[in-house]
Design a protein around this ligand. Structure first.
Ligand code: 13P
Length: 307
């Protein structure tokens, strides 16, 4: 059982009953870095997504991070709705593995709103600011997160591809800048190493392991975060973990799996048979497809059995 000093853990000892609530990501990522595996961050979009990811983490006894972009936050009617849904689900589904609820690519205002709403982890993406401004804003948020017991992810070097309408080209972060941000006391650091969000183009050059190696040498024990986990070949994932990556973000791959499975159900005319139009039936194949994807990723990342 994972009993850390993480904020938000609620332990209700009614006989044998132990209830878990959200935890920050610090302890799970420290363990991952030491144990040479990575914890998956899977982005959520709705109830089905969240349920599929939580049930899979529980089945595999794996820690998990639920990622919420600001766009997905709006879609799900705001951060408070999400906190309520996730906490309710942890209790309702009897989830006991460590779960962090994490803002993905947050703005300064978005970070403040999530802290207020009860998220247990925040990413402040100041990568588009000049490094001095990134540092100043990151410092402010570190102080607040420390006081409230949240974990904080910072980013250096824009991650390419499209995220909520923001398009970047896969840069490589400057290892010295990574060290500067790591030394501020962030919990985890996302650094661009040629990775991009969404599907990788045919002419993609692959991850820059030289950059990752240089960053890891300068940042030591800091858990490093690999964004754009969709479509990175398994051997590159393993090498990235060997070089200090302890958190890997996956979003698009679950979306592709979900939509392909729901499309198949509709194309086979199953919604036209009996009560096949019931939304719980229409979405069920999509939920199973997300579970399979999450299972594959957790197995590849090595987090199975690490809760
Ligand atoms: P993908 O959509 O490429 O899997 O990236 C997810 C991500 O990095 C979220 O921050």
């Amino acid at each position: 059982m994972y009993l850390a000093e993480n904020v938000g853990i609620k332990i209700k000892n009614n006989g044998d009953e132990l209830k878990m609530s959200l935890v920050n990501a610090k302890e799970m990522l420290t363990k991952a870095k030491e144990g040479h595996y990575a914890v998956g961050q899977f982005n959520i979009n709705n109830l089905e997504w969240t349920k599929a990811i939580l049930l899979t983490a529980q089945e595999l006894n794996s820690p998990v991070i639920l990622g919420v972009s600001e766009g997905a936050g709006k879609y799900m009617c705001g951060y408070k709705t999400i906190v309520g849904m996730v906490e309710g689900m942890i209790e309702g589904l009897g989830i006991t593995v460590p779960v962090a609820l994490h803002l993905d690519h947050g703005s300064y205002d978005g970070a403040m709103a999530c802290i207020e709403a009860g998220f247990s982890s925040i990413m402040f993406d100041g990568s588009h600011y000049p490094i001095e401004e990134n540092i100043a804003k990151t410092k402010e948020l570190i102080a607040i997160c420390e006081e409230k017991g949240l974990s904080l992810e910072a980013e250096v070097g824009a991650i390419g591809g499209e995220e909520d309408g923001v398009v970047g080209t896969g840069e490589c972060a400057d290892p010295e800048e990574c060290k500067m941000i790591a030394d501020l006391g962030v919990t985890m650091l996302a650094a661009g190493i040629g990775n991009i969000h969404g599907k990788y183009p045919e002419n993609w050059q692959g991850l820059s392991f030289d950059t990752l190696d240089a960053i890891q040498k300068l940042t030591g024990k800091m858990p490093l975060v690999l964004h754009g986990g969709t479509g990175i070949p398994a051997d590159m994932i393993k090498k990235a973990i060997d070089l200090g990556v302890s958190k890997i973000n996956v979003n698009t791959e679950c979306q592709l799996a979900f939509s392909a499975a729901v499309r198949k159900y509709i194309e086979e005319g199953k919604d036209l048979q009996g009560k096949g139009f019931d939304p719980r039936k229409v979405l069920a194949p999509g939920v199973e497809a997300i579970k399979d994807t999450v299972k594959d990723k957790m197995t590849l990342f090595g987090s199975v059995g690490k809760a």
